[in-house]
Design a protein around this ligand. Sequence first.
Ligand code: NCD
Length: 363
Amino acid sequence: MRNINDLSELTMEEFRELYKLTSNIIDRPEGYADSARGKVLGSLFYEPSTRTNLSFSTAMMRLGGSVMGFSDPNSSSTSKGETLKDTITMVSSYADMIVMRNPREGAAKAAALYSSVPVINAGDGGHLHPTQTLADMTTILRRRGSANHMKIGICGDLKYGRTVHSLIKFLQKFEDVQFYLIAPRELAIPEYIRRFMVEHGMQFYEVSGLEPVIPMLDVLYMTRIQKERFTSEAEYNSLKGIYCLNARKLRDAKPELLVMHPLPRVDEIAQDVDDDPRAVYFDQARYGMYARMALLLTLSRQPYRKPGKAPEGVHGCRCTNPKCVTKTEPYLPMLTVHSAEGECCAYCDKPVDAYDEPLQEEE
Ligand code: NCD
């Protein structure tokens, strides 16, 4: 385990180790107070964050390490036009690990190409958010004992919700998980996630109503409508507030249901749910800090490794996603992956298309 870009790349063996360490830290946090003494975490937040940023900083401090970086890109050299490649090359020569949140999809994968230390993806646009999945999995495993044999409802913004994409991909590793994907058509899961679920034979139902499915669920994962990712304010306004879980709607739910939310919540969970013992979202945030401690501790033991030359890209194709990191960092090699439905961008998972390269002018 070196870079954490997409949690589903972790083997079950690696995940079990990480979860075991997380559990040990939860049970005896004082035993780890000095375990990363002298280590430095570079924390690069190009997008606003409260929970994830504070959670990573606290996790590093609780291990005895320190944190440097920025939480406002306007205070970094990016505002002077510095490339991601240069920022990462420089920061990775100061820090022992880097955690990065960036609005461009695929940014963490791109950063890892140029880093001599492990890079952790703390959210890349609407794409993935692997450490939130660690928080989610820790919550499910601590509270339910297992993630096998469960019915999980995921409700809200499944299109732009990166925590949703990471969680779905990771749950593929477990047995007999049934998904109820609750969203209006406009906010349904992206095509590449649907394709992933079909390819892996995952059981899922796409529905638009929350109330009818609540009684059968073991886990209900609520999410906020991601206002900042909409291109039109009118579209956001037409969809905001469509789901609101409240105490009344939970009356027919199972007594052992887990109500989860990556937070921040806006209006999708009413305050009257907070005192219900089935509401675990604030515990989920705390578990996230412990899971990040386990991750930082594991990665801090990785040796410094000078990055090799970036791989050769594929010529004659480009990513079709306007939010892909390759659009703003044009020096990146165009890397692709094969999928059942064709060639996709290795950074953001969206399809690529072919284009005719301009003919080289003869001298
Ligand atoms: C999530 C995120 O940033 O994607 N928040 C978080 O990390 N806890 C969810 C969200 O912003 O809605």
